[in-house]
Design a protein around this ligand. Sequence first.
Ligand code: CO8
Length: 254
Amino acid sequence: MTIKIEKVGKVVVLRLHRPEKRNALNTALMEDLLAALQTYDTDPEVGCFVLTGSDKVFAAGADISEMSTMSYQEMTASDYFAGWEALGNIRTPVIAAVSGYALGGGCELAMMCDVIFAAESALFGQPELTLGVIPGMGGTQRLTKLVGKAKAMDMILTGRMVDAIEAERAGLVSRVIPDEKLLAETMEAAQIIAAYSKPAVLLAKECVCFGEHLSVSDGVKAERRAFHGLFATEDQKEGMHAFIEKRRPAFTGK
Ligand code: CO8
């Protein structure tokens, strides 16, 4: 297996594990990761994923050895990298906990997650031009949406790495955490998310994701319908009654 899987309460931790290749993303790793995400996504006992690597590297990008000899015909016939888009169909929130290098496809994989928490040691970059190619797993699109054209152009055209502080300032990551606390703080956030009503969490994620494709007014209408729909759940009654009764809610996902 190219990943390690651990379930802690309602959180599934997926650890990229190809240490000898700096967690380079080959086809086997993609298949292992997607299979795990798809298996647990529909499990009512799973409320959040944490995707992480090692202390030194989140992922050093797509596997250059796997790609290096491929022809144009092989690339297009296999629609190389298209498989990664399946990650966008995962409905349960995914937090990327990034320590060390997140380069090329590694940075793009982190950006496919819903939230990125970065260790102080994290380094993000899109070095594809140094290899004679361009980002191929969404980097030109997602990075630009997250950090704006100026910073995205700077990173993609020069291939330089940005550290965690610069990444946070630019809007690429949501938290910078001391290395030794990265996993603990990420798990704390993941457990908070996983304890909420799962239908509500799924809709919250879905509504935020709508925003990328809809106008604000269409997005607000879709959000309102989703909000109304939650009044068909027991968890809505539980959450609001618990507030009124001054106790902690016990959500069941129903
Ligand atoms: N692919 C394959 N193998 C890799 C990769 C990689 N991306 N990164 C590292 N490795 C391998 C090395 O070849 C080496 O293998 P070996 O021991 O057999 O020689 C081993 O991992 C260790 O590597 P280093 O000795 O370089 O390790 P360091 O700790 O000194 O350095 C770095 C770590 C800085 C991460 C360094 O390995 C590095 O720069 N890696 C490459 C980073 C990079 O260029 N990433 C972009 C890849 S391309 C991409 O992601 C998107 C492509 C989009 C194409 C779209 C097509 C449709």
